[in-house]
Ligand binder design. Sequence first.
Ligand SMILES: [Zn+2]
Length: 119
Amino acid sequence: MASLRKTIASKLKFWLKKKKSYNEVLFFKSIDDPGTPKKDQIFVIGEKNYSKRLILACPDSCGEIIMLNLMPEYSPSWKIRISKNKKISVYPSIDNTNCGSHFWLKDNRVIWAKYIIEK
Ligand SMILES: [Zn+2]
């Protein structure tokens, strides 16, 4: 029972810490040096109509920076869709095997698939 309570407590703590959405999507040219995105930013790197990379801070606040390839000629690659109000959706889901985060991004919102708490 005690361990179950502990598991629930750690899960709760984790859910509170988890990000629900990103606030800002910023666009950079390939030659730019965008630096590191802040917690609530998503960087799209590339030319007009040809996005190359997506950079974002892992939404579970583990501190890791996730970089995704958007060029279909390289594998694995992700697709993005930018809405009129500059919100981003990413396909397929993002699976950060380093920390166990697995989530979808839909209109800047993080939709969690799973999280492996045991490390
Ligand atoms: Zn993480």
